[in-house]
Design a protein around this ligand. Structure first.
Ligand code: GMT
Length: 396
């Protein structure tokens, strides 16, 4: 930790050395971690991002974040290369060279475990203060993967061992406590909610409304939880007798099933598959509706990015989605398995463009008022400082 900030434009009073760990795959946690890394660096902190590959959002930026790609040595005895161990090594290497104040693990598995190992190894070095471990829970790291019996004891352990735990929504914080809180003093019970944010300057509304056919856009990594084939069925039902388009952005395990569904329903050219794309304002802003059909969703960062572009949202009322999408104000929510209700909501907004546009205006206002980047990044900064001062370094 150094005083004062060393880079022009730094607005934090203390310059921190922050190591961020995240998945480099397409997905909200990697997007959020990359955007946070870039924002912290902009504010004068020294930021290092550790992953087994460069996350797409970071790869396309010019910000001064130092990237540490750690893939590990493939070896015939390993069924798969243990890149999480290589990450521990890379973190230790950086810490020994220049010191790290904070390790911020995004997505509990494996990153909170990786961060825990690195912090414990650093604790053995009595000449340098060990970093504090902040763990941010994003969703399936608790609701699906982390609570599976094959990982649950380890998830519990690293939550309790983290110096600070945050969750991206109240819903996720509550579900984490229900699953993992067994001692009220422990970190698995004391979870700070720090919501996700969006760059409202990048994700902006289109300058003029489009005059093409009504359009629905969906962005995801096509995992089963996103239910993209279900969305295609709802779109088919919603657009009977209407010339409307469904634009699908992303790729993943359910891609083939989605294409099969489009073929089976004879939707042909009305459904466009755009594949993986990043920085999507130009795809989100012209759409009339953003659709989120997940069976579970702790937050819905893609919906927030669409809202910031002034696009209304039709979504399933699951997890923390209602904390982002205000029903009746900036979008319409429906019960998780009610395809007819979801389709009716889509049809309502596709037929009534004025209502969709009014909801889009409100969506933009909510994104700017509640989820703008600056205030959330400052929340993380204060949380880092609180965490650093809560448990003083024992070896002055
Ligand atoms: O979906 C996941 O498995 C993990 C993660 C990701 O990397 O995409 O998504 C979660 O984190 C996002 C960022 O915080 C949230 O916006 C998503 O709602 C959440 N996904 C789920 O809860 C399914």
């Amino acid at each position: 930790m150094n005083l004062p900030p060393t880079q022009p434009g730094a607005s934090a009073s203390t310059m921190l050395k922050v190591g961020i760990l995240c998945h480099p795959t397409y997905g909200g946690s990697g997007v959020l971690a990359s955007e946070l890394a870039l924002s912290l660096a902009d504010r004068g902190h020294q930021v290092h991002l550790f992953s087994y590959d460069a996350p797409p959002r970071l790869a396309r930026s010019s910000g001064p974040v130092q990237m540490h790609v750690a893939q590990g040595l493939p070896y015939p005895l390993f069924a798969s290369t243990p890149h999480d161990l290589a990450l521990v090594s890379a973190i230790l290497d950086q810490h020994r060279a220049e010191g790290l104040d904070i390790l911020h693990a995004h997505y509990a598995l494996p990153h909170a475990v990786t961060g825990y190992l690195a912090r414990q190894a650093a604790l053995a070095d009595r000449h340098r203060r060990a970093p504090k471990l902040v763990t941010t829970l994003h969703g399936t790291d608790i609701t699906l993967v982390g609570s599976d019996p094959s990982y649950a004891p380890l998830t519990q352990f690293v939550l309790e061992q983290s110096d600070c735990v945050t969750a991206v929504s109240e819903n996720l914080a509550r579900r984490t406590r229900e699953q993992f809180c067994r001692d009220f003093g422990s970190r698995a019970c004391r979870i700070d909610v720090v919501r996700n944010f969006v760059d409202v300057d990048l994700f902006r509304p289109a300058s003029a409304p489009h005059d093409g056919p009504p359009t629905v856009v969906h962005v995801s990594n096509f995992r089963a939880i996103k239910r993209v084939p279900w969305l295609v069925r709802a779109f088919d039902r919603a657009t009977e007798g209407l010339d409307a388009r469904l634009v699908l952005v992303g790729d993943g395990p359910e891609h083939a099933a989605t294409r099969a569904c489009v073929r089976e329903l004879g939707l042909g050219a009305r459904v466009l598959f755009l594949g993986e794309r990043d920085a999507l304002p130009e795809l989100l802003a012209p759409a009339d509706v953003f659709a989120l059909s997940s069976s579970d969703e702790s937050f819905g960062l893609s919906a927030l990015e669409a809202m910031s572009c002034g696009t209304s949202v039709v979504a399933t009322d699951v997890g923390g989605v209602a904390e982002v999408v205000a029903h009746g104000e900036c979008g319409l929510l429906s019960p998780v398995d009610d395809l007819a209700a979801f389709a009716a909501n889509l049809r309502t907004l596709l037929l009534d463009r004025a209502r969709a546009q009014a909801m889009g205006v409100r969506a933009r206002a909510i994104a700017v008022e509640r989820f703008a980047r600056g205030s959330v990044v400052r929340e993380y900064e204060s949380l880092y400082l609180r965490t650093l001062s809560a448990t003083p370094w024992p070896f002055p």
